[in-house]
Ligand binder design. Structure first.
Ligand code: PEP
Ligand code: MG
Length: 316
């Protein structure tokens, strides 16, 4: 099976009815770009930059170290676009394993953009490193865990401030397109706000499912209730994809669902045209795409959306 899949590496990801699908890779380190290219990814849809920050006993990477890492990822992708997500520290990704988070609900606490905004000097350092790297390739800058208009405003202000700091230093920086993760239900229910301020959206289904269903994604005792096909989850996904299409703004999925072949056809039916996943899943997802007819799947997906038990329809 694996041998057969490898032959699909340079086959364009196009459905039976001619829809072009973008297949991107999720990476954690610049060196992962080799696996992304080997799998035939046409870009990086999610560079989880927090992995540069974790396990360093509190000594965070400085601007030059980060710049070097982001530039290495861009060069690794040989001119293909790289989506760099600002740090998603907290909850399941603590800065320092030896100092566990003692808050009662870390997943609802100071993580991701909330943490970045609480440490503006650190955040500005990261933004400057990313903007400098952007002079060497195509960078999409992605912000995790946004929910509030105020957070969006502060984030945009800090991006502007990082640019002026680089100008003052006379340092070269490049253009980026700006995206927001949709991974909190409140964000998926305020799409107008997000589409007003951002060039693209990326749906983080891992957290969107966790927060929609109130199921800790890391808690084994409730793992049986972590249901990616819950009608509420599918409704939020469908609305985000449709609203992005209506406004002509790209929408991708970069959570585990994007690499799960059991839901590829459903996501295509809901209108998704961009998937970002672990490189090891990419060719199997492509195989599903090559066999798919999106017009037929769209009609079926509407029935799935109307169902109280979507899982039964999907299996049947
Ligand atoms: C997600 O939440 O789906 C996601 C891609 O982000 P992470 O898994 O890194 O939280
Ligand atoms: Mg997430």
């Amino acid at each position: 099976e694996r041998g057969r899949l490898v032959r699909l590496k340079s086959t364009p990801a196009v459905t039976l009815d001619g829809q072009k699908i973008e297949l991107l890779a999720n990476i954690e380190q610049p060196g992962d770009t080799a696996a992304a290219l080997a799998a035939g990814a046409v870009g990086v849809g999610l560079f989880r930059s927090e992995f540069l920050f974790m396990g360093r006993e509190g000594k965070l990477p400085d601007e030059d170290e980060q710049y070097t890492a982001y530039r290495a990822a861009l060069e690794g992708m040989q001119g293909l676009p790289v989506t760099i997500r600002t740090t998603d520290i907290g909850a399941d990704k603590p800065l320092d394993d030896r100092r566990p988070d003692t808050h009662l609900n870390p997943a609802l606490g100071l993580r991701a953009i909330r943490w970045s905004l609480s440490e503006p000097a650190m955040f500005l350092t990261q933004l400057r490193a990313i903007l400098r790297a952007a002079a060497h390739g195509r960078v999409h800058l992605l912000i995790p865990m946004l929910a509030h208009a105020g957070e969006i405003r502060q984030t945009l202000e800090l991006i502007g401030k990082a640019r002026s700091q680089l100008d003052e230093r006379g340092q070269v920086h490049g253009q980026v397109s700006l995206g927001a993760m949709i991974e909190i239900p409140a964000a998926a229910l305020s799409l107008r706000l997000f589409l007003k301020h951002f060039d693209f959206l990326s749906i983080g289904t891992n957290d969107l499912i966790q927060y929609t269903l109130a199921i800790d994604r890391a808690d084994e005792s409730v793992a049986h209730l972590y249901d990616q096909l819950h009608p509420a989850v599918l409704r939020l996904l469908a609305d985000t994809i449709a609203e992005g299409a209506r406004r002509g703004k790209p929408v991708s999925v970069c959570g585990e669902m994007a690499g799960d072949t059991s839901v590829t056809r459903l996501l295509l039916g809901l209108g998704l045209r961009s998937f970002s996943m672990h490189p090891s899943q990419l060719l199997a997802v492509k195989q599903e795409i090559l066999r798919a007819d999106t017009a037929k799947l769209a009609a079926w997906a509407r029935a799935v959306l109307e169902s109280d038990e979507p899982a039964e329809l999907l299996l049947g």
